[in-house]
Design a binder for this molecule. Structure first.
Ligand SMILES: Cc1cc2nc3c(=O)[nH]c(=O)nc-3n(C[C@H](O)[C@H](O)[C@H](O)COP(=O)(O)OP(=O)(O)OC[C@H]3O[C@@H](n4cnc5c(N)ncnc54)[C@H](O)[C@@H]3O)c2cc1C
Length: 468
């Protein structure tokens, strides 16, 4: 099984501003043996390593990261720490009611657990638990959350509170917000600072981290042999925590499609934000499928992101997942539309990144076919900052062969709808994406979307939230 070696992505604002002087760990050299090797040093890999060490402190755990920890999605996201309540309808479509409830409650608890982790280990990751406002920015999107709220109510849960139109406009500082609901448990973080904190705690727990160490080949067996440019490791168990890069493995490439998301960050404007009334620290999204997500930073900037859905032929990890000019333009245009009163405010940072989107936007865990000791957890679909905590628990239990609530949960070994092969995947996906763009432009402009665009948009995978 070969992995193409991909160049490092353009650095995000978060990585640039979190401990810029941090030295990378040395690259792997020579021959080694380990109990568990984790490929990928993002949130999923790091939580897996930390959980393995909690269960078995003497277990020899290695993380091999082709770039630096957080160089992938974990250091370049919006920093929204979300639950799985917005996906409750998707969960109940393949889980029992008890499982859906267990997973949704666990994901909600993982948010506070993250805050506790930061406090316990003095990780300065700007954890702020001020809630998430899920809003509508056009008439067509008002009440998009009704089905989700009803599904929660059927499980006896009430994670969302309806917020009056006036209150939504007041709290977001923009009259484009017509309605909304607040999920109080949600938080924001400085994601790269969180990665650095987790990396430090993992090193202290005895996890061996090798950066600038791309795994170029995996030879299945017992042990599994992993090859890198200057070394090799024989591992009793392997965990693939490789997010969108997993598309290099044909069996995994069917389960998800790498899609782009871009973020722009403004200069600091704390006083302007206060005068708009957007000073509560809430995370905000609109209800587009190509979702706009935005938040403020502790130093008074706006970080404004958009799920642009950019694709690459063959799901290859190309430059579109590093700095996508079209995606960045779409993102900045939505920032200006949402906050027209800030048109003079400069954008100082811009970048893009890959999202590993499954059809239902929930992750899947399993082992590779015929390889019971090579486990994977992929398909975070743009909501991995909080749920990766759960992913770490699942993958650690799978790697240690533990029979527990995590290894036996409904996300493990579930059947996922497969994406078509090329060229249909790219050509069809691009046509669907264009239709989604036209449909959402029409809706935001207060017009009726063309029937063909509505039909074509219906082929797109589910978004960040299940919508009515
Ligand atoms: C622009 C953007 C915005 C987002 N916003 C949010 C948000 O606000 N909230 C949220 O919850 N989620 C968000 N996400 C998603 C979130 O960032 C991810 O779900 C989460 O970080 C998952 O982490 P991971 O460990 O799976 O992936 P990653 O952090 O990408 O880690 C995978 C790692 O594997 C490494 N790797 C790959 N192949 C190899 C190899 N062959 N050898 C060695 N190493 C390898 C990569 O370099 C990478 O560092 C966003 C993502 C993007 C791109």
């Amino acid at each position: 099984m070969k992995f193409p070696v991909t160049p490092a992505l353009k650095r995000s604002f978060w990585l640039q501003s979190a401990e810029p002087s941090l030295q990378a760990s040395p690259a792997l050299a020579g021959s080694h043996a380990a109990d568990v090797v984790i490929v990928g040093g993002g949130f999923v890999g790091l939580w897996t390593a930390l959980t393995l060490k909690e269960h078995e402190p003497d277990c020899r755990v290695m993380i091999l990261e082709q770039d630096v920890c957080g160089g992938g999605a974990s250091g370049r996201n919006g920093g929204f720490v979300m639950s799985w309540w917005p996906k409750i309808q998707s969960l109940t479509s393949f889980c029992s009611v008890e499982q859906a409830s267990f997973l949704a409650h666990s994901a909600e608890r993982a948010i506070s657990e993250l805050g506790e982790f930061c406090q316990r280990h003095q990780v300065e990751a700007a954890f702020r638990q001020k809630g998430w406002l899920w809003t509508a920015t056009c008439a067509a999107h008002v009440d998009a959350w009704n089905g989700t709220l009803e599904a929660c109510a059927r499980l006896g849960a009430e994670p969302f509170a309806r917020v009056s139109a006036r209150e939504v406009a007041r709290r977001t500082g923009s009259p484009v917000h017509l309605a909304g609901v607040l999920e109080r448990s949600n938080a924001t973080v400085q994601p790269a600072a969180l990665v650095h904190g987790m990396r430090k705690v993992a090193l202290e727990a005895g996890v061996e981290i090798y950066e600038n160490t791309a795994v170029s080949e995996i030879q299945p067996g017992q042990p599994v042999r992993l090859l890198t440019a200057h070394g090799q490791v024989d591992a009793r168990n392997v965990v693939l925590a490789t997010n969108a890069w997993s598309s290099a493995i044909p069996e995994l490439a069917k389960l998800f499609v790498p899609v782009g998301s871009s973020i722009v960050v403004t200069e600091p404007i704390a006083e302007r934000l206060a005068s708009l009334g957007w000073s509560g620290g809430e995370a905000i999204t609109d209800s587009q499928l190509m979702v706009d997500y935005y938040r403020t930073t502790p130093d008074g900037r706006i970080a404004f992101g958009k799920g642009t859905g950019s694709l690459s032929y063959g799901s290859k990890m190309g430059p579109v997942f590093s700095e996508d000019p079209e995606g960045i333009d779409l993102t900045e245009a939505d920032l200006r539309r949402t906050y027209p009163m800030l048109k003079d405010v400069a954008v100082t940072h811009r970048w893009s990144g890959p999202i590993d989107r499954t059809y239902d936007s929930l992750p899947v865990f399993n082992h590779l076919e015929g390889c019971p000791n090579i486990h994977y957890g992929i398909g975070w679909s743009g909501n991995g900052v909080g749920p990766s905590r759960i992913g770490g628990r699942i993958l650690a239990s799978l790697a240690l062969g533990r029979q527990d609530q995590w290894s036996q949960c409904a996300l493990v070994g579930r059947t996922c709808k497969a994406f078509p092969p090329e060229p249909v995947r790219f050509i069809g996906g691009s046509l669907v994406r264009r239709s989604v763009i036209r449909k959402e432009r029409a809706e935001l402009g207060g017009h009726r979307a063309k029937r063909l665009d509505v039909v074509m948009a219906g082929f797109a995978p589910a978004g960040l939230e299940d919508k009515s």
